[in-house]
Design a protein around this ligand. Structure first.
Ligand code: CMC
Length: 428
């Protein structure tokens, strides 16, 4: 592709297409005129070879196991920064100065409360509702409350909606948890950090003071950073597609939450821990490895494999280390961690996993940490949604401000019946 163009020949008719290069990563063939020129579509279900947009936010090199946000490696961000700082970076493009970070943190803290009427929505759900079901409903309902931030043509309103979503998500998530266990909701406290406030609203009770444990706060913040954005994954693409029609931001994020819930995406952290618990002890691992390799068995090793990473998921590396640190610091000895480590060792030396380049992904170790902190498995994907909200709004903002943005409208390869005449029901 050195000449910067690619030729497509259909039925002896050749047309040229520009090849565009990004800062790093694969070139793309700009085929936007392909249909007009040739009458043909491309066919790429699952978008394995399709760049759906131009973006400056996140870069992944799946072969090398690299993840960059605005150019900064994820391990450096996870080890050295905070979730508020990463949120600012994703939204604004640059790391904040000290004053900018303080202002941003202050702004977010001033949006943490929910309209009081929203708390009545929770009472409409069954107590045993999955918290992701509640999240979808309540976040979608935000669009009925904050009318002063739904004019998507106004950059200021877009930013207010973004701040509101980042700020209110911990309150919404904690209330979903409190509702499921029948405890009173706790209002946010703005003297605490973003993450400390979330922990208090989740694990505190109004009857006594809650003291935030710095070890847990730090681990939780790291988990939030690691889930903050991940390029054009399924839920982000859902948010972009929903937003491309001009839908309001809260409804778009609710669509992202719905997509994230699936077990092949955000729901995998819940499934991974359930699987590790089901395996129970390292001696049962070979049985599960055999099942994962059996073509006739739909079972997959949850927390293994990734559409983009054909190497270690860099987020899994950070979390693998953090899992040991957190459990050690908390003085916990969880046999699930031993099972996870042994499963990783066995899978990574098995030709099936080596040949298919299946490595642990972010969900493999996050569940071990979250369960040690005290979250039930049903909350895992909620925490993913909370953290990913900043990525969703950053990508949504980028899309809306892109002058080349159009409504997302894929085409298809139609293999149904060709035109035929209607036959009256009595004659069929
Ligand atoms: N266990 C066993 N075999 C697997 C697994 C697995 N976890 N993942 C993929 N394979 C096999 C699959 O059977 C297929 O084999 P073959 O070529 O013989 O048919 C091959 O590897 C390629 O799999 P694929 O389904 O075509 O790959 P994909 O890119 O469409 O799927 C995935 C990616 C993440 C959906 C898949 O690896 C998977 O289902 N993993 C388990 C669920 C999981 O952990 N998801 C979390 C992803 S990371 C969090 C996030 O970003 O949301």
């Amino acid at each position: 592709m050195g000449d910067g163009s690619a030729k497509v020949e259909i039925g002896g008719n050749a047309t040229d297409y520009k090849v565009r290069s990004g800062t790093v990563g694969p070139d793309v063939i700009d085929i936007r005129k392909l249909y007009a020129n040739t009458g043909a579509f491309t066919f790429d279900p699952g978008f394995t070879s399709t760049a759906s947009c131009e973006s400056t936010i996140t870069y992944i090199d799946g072969d090398e196991g690299i993840l960059l946000h605005r150019g900064y490696p994820i391990d450096q961000l996870a080890e050295q920064s905070s979730f508020m700082e990463v949120s600012y970076l994703l939204l604004n493009g640059e790391l904040p100065s000290k004053a900018e970070l303080e202002k941003f943190t202050y702004t977010i803290s001033r949006h943490t409360m929910l309209h009081e009427q929203l708390s009545t929505f929770y009472r409409g759900f069954r107590r045993d509702a999955h918290p992701m079901a509640i999240m979808c409903g309540v976040v979608g309902a935000l669009s009925a409350f904050y009318h002063d931030s739904t004019d998507i043509a106004d950059p200021h309103q877009r930013m207010v909606a973004s701040h509101r979503l980042i700020a209110k998500m911990p309150t919404i998530a904690a209330m979903a948890y409190k509702y499921s266990i029948g405890q009173p909701f706790l209002y946010p406290r703005n003297d605490l950090s973003y993450t400390g406030n979330f922990l208090r609203m989740t694990f505190g009770v109004p009857a006594e003071e809650y003291v935030v444990d710095p070890v847990i706060e730090d681990a939780m913040d790291k988990i939030f950073i690691l889930h903050a954005d991940h390029e054009q994954n399924a839920s982000t693409s859902t948010v972009r597609l929903a937003g491309s029609s001009g839908a309001n931001p809260f409804a778009c994020i609710a669509a992202g939450i719905a997509c994230l819930w699936g077990p092949a995406h955000g729901g995998a952290n819940e499934a991974a821990l359930n699987m590790l618990r089901e395996i129970g002890t390292p001696d049962r691992i070979p049985e599960y490895i055999a099942r994962a390799k059996n073509k006739d068995d739909p079972f997959r090793l949850m927390g293994f494999g990734h559409r983009v990473y054909k190497n270690f998921d860099p987020r899994a590396k950070v979390l693998s280390k953090a899992a040991t640190e957190v459990l050690d610091k908390m003085g916990r000895n969880d046999p699930v961690l031993d099972t996870a480590r042994e499963l990783e060792r066995i899978a990574l030396s098995d030709p099936y996993f080596i040949d298919k380049k299946l490595y642990p992904n972010v969900d493999f170790y996050s569940g071990v940490i979250l369960s040690a902190i005290g979250f039930p498995t049903t909350m895992f994907t909620v925490l993913f949604a909370l953290a990913r909200t900043v990525g969703w709004v950053a990508q949504w903002n980028e899309m809306i401000s892109d002058p080349e943005q159009k409504i997302g409208r894929p085409r298809q390869l139609y293999t149904g019946a060709a035109m035929r005449d209607y036959i009256q029901v009595g004659k069929r």
